[in-house]
Design a protein around this ligand. Structure first.
Ligand SMILES: Cc1cc2nc3c(=O)[nH]c(=O)nc-3n(C[C@H](O)[C@H](O)[C@H](O)COP(=O)(O)OP(=O)(O)OC[C@H]3O[C@@H](n4cnc5c(N)ncnc54)[C@H](O)[C@@H]3O)c2cc1C
Length: 291
């Protein structure tokens, strides 16, 4: 094994797309499975907790930081695509847009919706990420996981209890190591066109370049959280440095050095307004760490 860097007191704000978050007591970014196994042994020896981070695109991390090891998976990369069978084996730190582009270039259809989601495969499986009515679980066959005590397990899709932005992995702490997907052969040019259209649509309808975590609230189906918030005239409302996007009202922007507290207060404010007006308690989609 080559040497793994274990760093102390590193700000997690550079590990989230919101650019919010206090220091990790310890952080490591393993590049291969040996390094991950080494880190598991290390946390067990030290008896410290472990928190898993993908690309941090769905995380609100407390300004006070996180105790124990923050295990950041974004350097754990690798993709194997078999064009003939449509089988894709991908390591969990690979980014969804990279995978979507590579699948499109291989003439494989299924991930055109994924091109604009700035998360890793691991995070996508945990969250059952999706868009345009499609989601990762539609194409998943199985995943390989490593427990925090070091046991491997292959888990089939049917055992992952997938639902709308939900999977079993949100209740059980397992490291997603890799995923096996099955995509469908299609026409390369058509797939590429749809992929580009989906990204353009996002650029026009979301504050895509801003510091956000995507949609903050789950949709209270069949209703849309963004519509409920917009109808109450809340676009642009600001708490400290956190602001409800004027482009898409289910997005909260870190407009000016927002603290985790600013975001939490704004979330509570939106929830109260929507509850008072419609009797609906919006649930957050974003995962909160260190609170
Ligand atoms: C601009 C923008 C647009 C977005 N659009 C969408 C969208 O259209 N649809 C959608 O579904 N989401 C969207 N999101 C949210 C986010 O990108 C997804 O939820 C994504 O799947 C999260 O992946 P991640 O790697 O960033 O996970 P993180 O945010 O780092 O983590 C999310 C959860 O997964 C866990 N986790 C991450 N990696 C692993 C792993 N390897 N093993 C075990 N657990 C792990 C974490 O512990 C945490 O509980 C958007 C976000 C942004 C910023």
């Amino acid at each position: 094994m080559n040497s793994i860097r274990l760093e102390k007191n590193i700000s997690l704000s550079n590990f989230t797309t919101w650019r919010i978050g206090g220091p990790a007591e310890w952080i490591a970014q393993p590049k291969n499975i040996e390094e991950i196994k080494y880190l598991i042994t290390w946390i067990n020896k030290k008896k410290i907790p472990c928190n898993i981070i993908g690309a941090g695109s769905n995380l609100l991390i407390n300004d006070k930081g996180i105790k124990g090891l923050s295990l950041c998976m974004r350097n754990f990369k690798g993709i194997q695509i078999d064009k003939n069978s449509g089988i894709v084996e991908v390591l969990s730190g690979e980014m969804l847009p990279t995978l979507a582009r590579k699948a499109a270039a291989s003439g494989l259809h299924g991930l055109e919706w994924a091109v604009g989601i700035p998360g890793t495969i691991g995070g996508a499986v945990v969250m059952n990420a999706g868009a345009q009515g499609d989601c990762i679980s539609s194409y998943l066959e199985s995943i390989t996981t490593l427990s925090l005590t070091g046991e491997y397990k292959m888990i089939k899709k049917k055992d992952l209890n997938f639902g709308y932005r939900h999977s079993l992995l949100q209740n059980e702490k397992l490291i997603v190591v890799s995923a096996r997907l099955k995509l469908v052969s299609g026409h390369s040019e058509k797939i590429r066109k749809l992929t580009n259209e989906n990204l353009n649509h996002r650029l026009q309808t979301q504050p895509y370049k801003a510091q956000t975590c995507g949609s903050v609230f789950r949709n209270p189906e069949p209703l849309k959280a963004a519509k409920l918030i917009e109808e109450l005239g809340l676009k642009g409302v600001r708490f400290g440095g956190a602001e409800i996007s004027k482009t898409h009202s289910n997005f909260i922007i870190n407009a000016n050095n927002a603290s985790s507290c600013d975001v939490k207060e704004l979330i509570k404010y939106i929830q109260k307004k929507v509850l008072d007006a419609y009797g609906i308690l919006l649930e957050t989609e974003v995962k909160q760490c260190g609170f």
